[in-house]
Design a binder for this molecule. Structure first.
Ligand code: NAI
Ligand code: MG
Length: 359
């Protein structure tokens, strides 16, 4: 298979973790006889310095002409006092919007050898394997009006939660499609006892479910979902929810397994290239020290192979290699906690590559 991948390392540790991940992908290409072509672009702080724009046009066209996008992270103290449009994060929002990335996928998996790193009980965590599907381009973060105004002599502030039926349906379909290749259960999270948008969300979910007779659909109120994620996270397979609920629940769920350096994500569009990135940021405190944990980015690349290229065996090989390397006691500093071998970024990448070649 021949694929072109846009690589946007970004700032801080972005460059280190992405360099290692590209090596891992090259190893997969060799082992499975694929051709991956990597083309590099600028985003975030670096792009502001070079181009005066956190998302240069050149980067947008590179992404549009690629089969998938691999992103590191953006941001750093150097740009913290810039005006909003000239902040690195503006590049992230812009790329989501320009590439139509409406579905954000965040898997949460218990890694047995890391169970001690979690703050929850081992019996609650062991076996957790869930995926949060968050709507990313609509809802209260984008609705208008969004303003302060005076009404009847009083100061008033307004945010607007709005969705079209199409926006709701496509994200719910995405969740059902994912459930079909997982354990065939969808939990749709809403606040239908209060919000009109949630009542429509629920109706649409019930309608979509008719097209997927094999998939079990349950509805859950968001406050209960927040509680159930801590009480019994093993009950979940795919959770689908609107933008703000998903923002909060995905951060909550990510802490079940303990470490920011391990969490992968994908953002998908209707038919264009998907974007794959670690959940964490550019970690300026450890940037340039060859200390960063590259596994979140490597696991994001595994998601790319599965969800954008349908290379399931290849993606599983990466995931299995990561698990085995951890099993063997190798750790980067962030997850070290009494580990046998504490590795640098490049050493961790070497271990994953060694393991891939052995599988
Ligand atoms: P952060 O995720 O960059 O770092 C939080 C803490 O976790 C730091 O102590 C860091 O050293 C550690 N950490 C993060 N990733 C790690 C890894 N792979 N290996 C080892 N340790 C790791 O979040 P923070 O500090 O809030 O933000 C730093 C910068 O990153 C800011 O400019 C922020 O705007 C940006 N950011 C960018 C994101 C993105 O590009 N998607 C997401 C979150 C923040
Ligand atoms: Mg968040």
């Amino acid at each position: 298979m021949q694929k072109k991948i846009a690589v946007l390392p970004g700032d801080g540790i972005g460059k280190e973790i992405v360099a290692g991940t590209v090596q891992v992908m090259q190893t997969i290409a060799e082992q499975f006889n694929h051709q991956f072509e990597f083309e590099y672009g600028c985003i975030g702080g670096e792009a502001i310095d070079v181009d005066g724009n956190p998302l240069p046009e050149e980067t947008v066209s590179l992404c549009k002409n690629s089969d998938a996008i691999l992103l590191g992270a953006v941001g750093g103290p150097k740009w913290d006092n810039n005006p909003p449009a000239l902040r690195p994060e503006a590049g992230l929002l812009a790329i989501r919007k320009k590439m139509g990335l409406f579905a954000n996928l965040r898997p949460v998996q218990a890694i047995p050898s890391l169970a001690d790193a979690s703050t929850l009980k081992k019996e609650v965590i062991d076996g957790v394997d869930l995926m949060i599907v968050r709507e990313l381009t609509g809802g209260i973060y984008f609705g208008t009006p969004r303003e302060r105004r005076i009404e009847n002599g009083k100061e008033l502030v307004v945010d607007t939660l709005s969705y079209t039926n199409e926006e709701i349906e496509r994200i719910i379909r995405k969740a059902f499609d994912l459930a079909m290749i997982r354990r065939k259960k969808v939990t749709s999270v809403d606040k239908a006892n209060v919000l009109e948008s949630s009542r429509v969300w629920r109706e649409i979910a019930n309608n979509v479910a008719k097209d997927y007779p094999e998939v079990e659909l349950e509805h859950m109120l968001v406050d209960n979902a927040a509680m159930q994620l801590i009480r019994n996270p093993k009950q979940f397979d795919v959770i689908v929810t609107e933008n703000m609920f998903g923002d909060i629940l995905s951060d909550e769920a990510s802490m079940l397994t303990g470490s920011l350096g391990m969490l992968a994500s994908a953002s998908l569009s209707a038919d264009g290239p998907g974007l794959y990135e670690p959940v964490h940021g550019s970690a300026p405190d450890i940037a340039g020290q060859n200390k960063a944990n590259p596994l979140a980015t490597i696991l994001s690349a595994a998601m790319m192979l599965k969800y954008s290229f349908n290379l399931i065996e290849e993606g599983n090989t990466i995931e299995e290699a990561v698990n085995q390397v951890l099993e063997q006691g190798y750790r980067t500093a962030d997850i070290a906690d009494g580990a046998k071998y504490v590795l640098t970024t490049t050493e961790m990448v070497e271990q994953v590559i060694r393991q891939i070649k052995e599988i």
